[in-house]
Design a protein around this ligand. Structure first.
Ligand code: 6CS
Length: 315
């Protein structure tokens, strides 16, 4: 039996690390009865295509960036609300793998599209790459920032003072090179492997968000599996959570060193607390925006998640 797992990222990425470990564990535990084939980004299409292929049962597993999933599953845009996740990844691990809100109403909504939400994890802090230094919203004036297709991201970057430009991942490098856009946001490991640092001169840690991704399967396919195979998937996904949290942190640290070596002139900027506060203030209306764009249910999900985070932070 063969299970197919697609990635929205290239070989060597965080998603690849996840899928390779998943493959290893499933193949071992099934005693070789199941083999998992991993398809890196580019093999089967853009992120939206992969989600569609899983919903149609052509593929069994994929990753769905919440910033892209939000364009077709509006509720997922809640993860594009800036400053949502905790600064403490131990809190985020619990939230993203056990939250009754995520695995209740959020997952139920995905089921209506035949998608099963298996897990979620962060892939690292979003870092801006630009050609000029951006320390305050006014610095973003006329700066065309590429974002994933979620309307919430478009609105967030407008609120930050930039000119948001949605584009598929595969087109970002070329668009930066041709100066059709001035900058983009992604975790460090992605900036390294997609070579965005070659065509931008400044990297800025804005502190406003982590990149979060959903691990998805086909709901009807999953429900049709024998109980022991469903259990095998559930148990493997649970085992993978701490592994991928550690691995993404390691990848992001290592790739920053690689970037510094490849481009010693790259300027690294970390926004101070005060500078971050100005962006936070500018994006305050995004909570209302979420309700306008994704409906009152998304607003309730946001409130419930914020409550869960607060409680987890107290523990
Ligand atoms: O920016 C993007 O579109 C992509 N970034 C990453 C790190 N993974 C997949 C996603 O599509």
């Amino acid at each position: 039996e063969e299970w197919k797992f697609a990635l929205e990222e290239v070989s060597g990425s965080v998603q690849d690390a996840y899928a390779q470990k998943f493959k290893q564990l499933i193949e071992e535990k099934s005693g070789g009865k199941i083999s998992v084939t991993v398809y890196p980004y580019g093999a089967l299409g853009e992120s939206e295509d992969l989600t569609e292929l899983v919903a149609n049962g052509v593929l069994q597993f994929t990753h769905g960036s919440t910033g892209i999933l939000g364009s077709t599953a509006p509720g997922m845009q809640v993860f594009s609300v800036p400053y949502l996740l905790s600064q403490d990844n131990a809190v985020n691990l619990k939230l993203l793998t056990e939250s009754p809100t995520i695995y209740g109403p959020v997952a139920d909504k995905l089921k209506t599209r035949n998608l099963r939400l298996l897990s979620m994890y962060p892939e690292g802090d979003m870092v801006w790459t630009t050609n000029k230094v951006v320390r305050k919203p006014a610095d973003f004036a006329n700066v065309k920032m590429r974002v994933m297709a979620s309307p919430m991201l478009v609105e967030t970057y407008k609120s930050f003072g930039a000119v948001p430009t949605p584009l598929p991942y595969s087109e970002v490098y070329g668009a930066l090179q041709l100066k059709m856009i001035d900058g983009q946001e992604n975790p460090v490991f992605a900036i390294e492997e997609m070579k965005f640092y070659e065509v931008n001169d400044v990297m800025t840690w804005s502190g406003h968000q982590q990149f979060t991704v959903a691990v998805l399967s086909s709901e009807s396919w999953y429900q049709g599996l024998p109980a022991e195979q469903r259990a095998l998937i559930d148990e493997t996904v649970e085992e993978l959570a701490p592994y991928i949290f550690e691995t993404q942190a390691k990848y992001n640290d290592e790739r920053l060193e690689k970037i510094k070596q490849a481009k010693p002139g790259i300027q690294l900027v970390r926004l101070t607390e005060d500078e971050q506060a100005a962006f936070r203030k500018a994006s305050q209306p995004m909570r209302e925006k979420l309700v306008q764009l994704a409906g009152p249910e998304a607003g309730s999900v946001l409130k419930a998640l914020e409550q869960e985070i607060m409680e987890l932070e107290k523990q």
